[in-house]
Design a protein around this ligand. Structure first.
Ligand code: ADP
Ligand code: MG
Length: 729
C-alpha cells in the first residue's frame, strides 16, 4: 500500500493488524446459555406455582397477569444481579432494521439517600420508551408519540456484556399507544400463531394427537470481514456499508480464491471468539470456514423455534460487531459490499414441527405419513406460487437490490427447486395413472407412489434457486444478509397459513359431499400440484434463458424495491394479512411507507457520499497526478525532445481530464436529479425517482473513477483499493 494511503489509514485509526490472538474454543457445554435466564434457571428462582403458570403461558401463548409478572420480575432481578448486571433494558426490533435498547439502572436512590435495587412488574411487562424517533409510517402522530414495549415470554432474557458492564436484556414487542405494531416481532408472533392454528387443523386429519405446530428456522449468515483501520479510511464503507468505488479485475474472484488460500489465523481467532460469545448467549452457533469470495465467511446456528432463531440472529449481528472490534475487524453485513465480488445472503431454513415431534416437511416412512408430508409440502409450494410477489416484497431493500435483479446477480424471480426425485414424484402423483390406482386400492395410501429415500447431498445441488427444498425443510435463500428475517418469515408463515386454511375448506367440502377423507385430501393435493406448476424450476436460475422462460410462464421479475413493494397495498394482500390477524389495513399501509422511506433514504445517503468523495478526494488526486505529468511534459519539451518522447504523457493528461470532468459533471447532474426527487411529495414516486433517475449515476461515476484509479500514480490514490480491503493478513 502506498505511503499516502498508509498515512490516511493511520490517521483514521491505526495500521492494519497482522497479529493474532490465539484463543481456544472453550467447552461448549460449559458456555452454552451461561448468560441466559433459561426456563430451567427460572425454576430455581420462581415459586413452584408461578413456574408452572409461566410454562403454560409460553406453551399456550396467553398473557401474563399482574401477580405472575411481579414474581418473574423479582426472579429476573435476583438472577441478573447475582450474575453481575447493573442495568436492564427492553430489547426490541424497531423497523429501522437493527435492534434498540433503553437502559435503566436497577439501582435507584432511596428517600434516605441510600440506594435500593428496583425492578418491578411494571418494568417487566410494560415500558414506555421515548421512541418518537422510530419509524412508524404515520401511525403515531406526535400527540400519541408513546410506544410501549412488553416482554415476549417465549424469548428468554439474557445478559449482554460490553466493556462498560453487564446489562439484563429483556426481549420485547414494540406497539403503539393504539395497539398497532411498530416492530418486526409483534407481527411475527401473530404469524406464528396463525400458522399454528391452520397447520394443527390440517395435521389432525392424520393425527389427532397434534395440538401445536411450531415453525422452525435455521439461519445461515454470510458476511465479509475487513480490517478496521482500512475500513476507517473508506468513508463510503463507513457511511453506506459498501464500497461505492474500486476497481477489481473481471476475473478477480477466481484468481483471488487461489491467491488467498487458507483462512488467516487472525480470522480463525475471531471465529473462535465469536462462537464462544454466541454460546454464552444461548445461540447454538457453528462457524463455517468455507469462503465463497475472498474475505467472505459464513456462520450458522442449529435451527430453533422461529421466534428465538430470529432474536438470536439479531443478537448475533450485535455480537459479531462487538467481537470483530476486539480483533480489529469490521463486519460487513451489506448484501454487496464489493462490486464484482459475490454478494451475501441469509439463507432461511424453514420447516414445521409438531408437538408430537414430527417434522411435517420430512418425507415419512409409512404411506400414511407420506400423504401428510405431501399435504404440507404441496400446500407450501402452492402458497409460494400464489403469493410469490409478497415473498419478493418481503426481501426487498435498497441493499438487496444489488443482489437480486442487478447485473452479476441472480434474477428477482421467485421459483422453487425441489430436486429431481421430488419433482418426479409430484409429476407421478398428479398423473391419471395414480388417480386410477388409488381408487382401485382398498387402502388409498397404498396407491400413492412411495417417496424415495432422499439422497440429502442430492437435494441441495441447485444453488441458483431462491427457494429450495433441501431434504426436510425449505430454504429461502433470497433473504439479504443484513435483513431482519422476521419480515420474510412473517410473510412465509402467513401465506402458508392462509393456504392451509383454504386447503381445509376445500377438503371439508368434499368430505361433506361424501368423499372419503383421504381421497378428498389427495384430490385437493393433486389439484394444487397442477395449479402451482409454473413456480417449479429445476434449471439454472442465473441463466438468461430462465428470465425468458419465467416471463413466458407469467412469473414476475420485479427488479427494484419500490415496485416490488406495491404488492403490500393491493387489496388481496391487505385482506390476507387482516384475515390471518397479522396486519390491519392501516398497519400494512404504514409498513409500506416505512419500507419506501428506508429505500430512498439509503440511496440519498449514497448519492451524497459519492458527490463528496468525488469532489474532495478523487478529483484532487487526479489533478495532482495530472500536474506531475504536465511538469514532466514541459521538462521534456524544454530539453528539446521530439513529441514522441511525451506523447503517452499527453494522452494520459487528456484521459485524466476526460474522466475527471465526467465525474464532476455527472456528480452535479446527479445532485440536480436528487433535488427534483426530493421535491416529490409522494414517497413512492420519490423512491422511484431515486431508483430510476438518481441511482443510474452511481455506476456511471464508478466507471470513470475506476478508470482514474487505474491511471493515477498508486502513491497518490487516496482510498484503500479493493485488493487491499479484500486481503486479510
Ligand atoms: P447447508 O444448507 O449449508 O447444507 P445444513 O443443511 O446443514 O446446511 O443446515 C442449514 C441450516 O438449516 C442449519 O441452521 C440447520 O440447523 C438448519 N436446519 C436443519 N434442519 C432444519 C429444520 N427441520 N428446520 C429448520 N432448519 C433446519
Ligand atoms: Mg443452505
Amino acid at each position: 500500500m502506498s505511503d499516502l494511503r498508509f498515512q490516511a489509514v493511520e490517521a483514521a485509526g491505526g495500521r492494519p493488524k497482522t497479529s493474532t490472538q490465539p484463543l481456544a474454543l472453550q467447552k461448549a457445554t460449559a458456555l452454552y446459555g451461561k448468560n441466559v435466564f433459561t426456563i430451567s434457571k427460572m425454576k430455581d428462582f420462581l415459586p413452584k406455582n408461578s413456574y408452572k403458570q409461566l410454562v403454560e403461558i409460553i406453551e399456550e401463548g396467553t398473557t401474563i397477569d399482574r401477580d405472575l409478572a411481579e414474581h418473574i420480575s423479582q426472579a429476573m432481578k435476583s438472577w441478573a444481579i447475582a450474575n453481575g448486571a447493573s442495568h436492564y433494558t427492553h430489547w426490541f426490533q424497531p423497523l429501522t432494521g437493527s435492534t434498540a435498547e433503553k437502559h435503566d439502572a436497577f439501582f435507584e436512590p432511596d428517600s434516605d439517600g441510600s440506594a435500593i435495587e428496583k425492578f418491578t412488574a411494571d418494568a417487566l411487562v410494560q415500558q414506555e420508551p421515548d421512541a418518537s424517533s422510530f419509524p412508524n409510517g404515520g401511525i403515531r402522530n406526535t400527540f400519541e408519540a408513546r410506544g410501549y414495549t412488553a416482554w415476549d415470554p417465549t424469548s428468554p432474557a439474557f445478559i449482554f456484556e460490553t466493556g462498560g458492564g453487564k446489562t439484563l436484556c429483556i426481549p420485547t414487542v414494540f406497539v403503539s399507544y393504539t395497539g398497532e405494531s411498530l416492530d418486526y416481532k409483534a407481527p411475527l408472533l401473530k404469524a406464528i400463531n396463525s400458522i399454528d392454528k391452520a397447520a394443527v387443523e390440517v395435521a389432525q386429519y392424520f393425527d389427532k394427537a397434534v395440538t401445536k405446530v411450531t415453525p422452525s428456522l435455521g439461519i445461515e449468515q454470510e458476511y465479509f470481514l475487513v480490517d478496521l483501520a482500512l475500513y476507517n479510511a473508506r468513508p463510503d464503507l463507513q457511511l453506506t456499508g459498501r464500497t461505492l468505488f474500486g476497481h477489481i479485475s473481471a476475473k478477480g474472484q477466481q484468481l483471488e480464491d487461489h491467491y488467498f488460500g487458507a483462512i488467516p489465523e487472525r480470522v480463525l481467532a475471531f471465529m473462535v471468539d465469536l462462537e464462544n460469545e454466541s454460546l454464552k448467549l444461548g445461540i447454538p452457533l457453528k462457524t463455517r470456514h468455507n469462503e465463497v469470495a475472498p474475505s467472505q465467511f459464513e456462520c450458522a446456528p442449529m435451527f430453533e423455534e422461529i421466534n428465538l432463531a430470529i432474536d438470536h440472529n439479531q443478537l448475533l449481528q450485535n455480537v459479531m460487531d462487538q467481537v470483530a472490534l476486539r480483533h480489529s475487524f469490521k463486519v460487513l453485513l451489506h448484501e454487496k459490499p464489493y462490486s464484482g465480488v459475490n454478494g451475501s445472503g441469509k439463507h432461511n431454513n424453514w420447516s414445521l414441527i409438531t408437538n408430537t415431534g414430527v417434522n411435517l416437511l420430512s418425507p415419512g416412512k409409512t404411506p400414511k405419513n407420506n400423504l401428510m408430508f405431501l399435504t404440507f409440502f404441496v400446500n407450501t409450494i402452492k402458497a409460494v406460487h400464489e403469493h410469490a410477489d409478497l415473498l419478493r416484497a418481503s426481501i426487498a431493500s435498497a441493499s438487496n437490490d444489488h443482489r437480486l435483479g442487478a447485473n452479476e446477480a441472480p434474477p428477482a424471480i421467485i421459483s422453487i427447486f425441489l430436486g429431481s426425485q421430488l419433482d418426479e414424484l409430484l409429476e407421478e402423483v398428479e398423473s391419471a395413472r395414480v388417480a386410477k390406482k388409488v381408487k382401485a386400492e382398498a387402502n388409498l395410501w397404498h396407491g400413492i407412489p412411495k417417496i424415495p429415500e432422499l439422497r440429502l447431498d442430492n437435494t441441495d445441488r441447485n444453488r441458483t434457486s431462491p427457494f429450495a427444498f433441501t431434504g426436510n425443510k425449505f430454504e429461502f435463500r433470497a433473504v439479504g444478509s443484513s435483513a431482519n428475517s422476521a419480515l420474510p418469515m412473517t410473510v412465509l408463515n402467513a401465506i402458508v397459513a392462509n393456504q392451509l386454511a383454504e386447503f381445509k375448506i376445500e377438503v371439508d367440502k368434499q368430505i361433506k359431499k361424501g368423499t372419503k377423507k383421504d381421497l378428498a385430501i389427495l384430490n385437493v393435493v393433486r389439484k394444487y400440484i397442477k395449479e402451482s406448476k409454473a413456480i417449479r424450476f429445476e434449471g439454472n436460475g442465473y441463466s438468461d434463458e430462465w428470465e425468458q422462460e419465467a416471463a413466458a410462464r407469467g412469473l414476475s421479475n420485479i427488479k427494484s424495491t419500490p415496485k416490488a413493494l406495491d404488492i403490500y397495498t393491493k387489496e388481496s394482500s391487505l385482506d390476507l394479512f387482516e384475515k390471518m390477524g397479522i396486519y390491519s389495513h392501516r398497519e400494512s399501509e404504514a409498513r409500506h411507507e416505512i419500507l419506501l422511506e428506508n429505500f430512498y433514504k439509503k440511496l440519498q445517503i449514497e448519492a451524497r457520499v459519492i458527490g463528496e468523495i468525488v469532489s474532495s478526494l478523487i478529483a484532487p488526486a487526479a489533478f495532482t497526478y495530472q500536474n506531475d505529468l504536465i511538469t514532466n511534459v514541459k521538462g521534456l519539451k524544454d530539453l528539446g525532445l521530439p513529441k514522441e518522447a511525451y506523447s503517452s504523457q499527453l494522452n494520459l493528461i487528456e484521459r485524466i481530464s476526460k474522466h475527471a470532468n465526467t465525474i464532476l459533471e455527472e456528480a452535479e447532474a446527479m445532485r440536480q436529479e436528487r433535488k427534483k426527487a426530493n421535491a416529490l411529495e409522494d414517497v413512492r414516486e420519490r423512491s422511484i425517482a431515486y431508483d430510476e433517475l438518481v441511482k443510474p449515476y452511481f455506476d456511471q461515476i464508478r466507471y470513470h473513477v475506476n478508470k482514474l484509479e487505474q491511471i493515477v500514480d498508486d502513491s497518490k490514490w487516496p482510498l484503500p483499493k479493493l485488493r487491499e480491503l479484500l486481503f486479510i493478513r
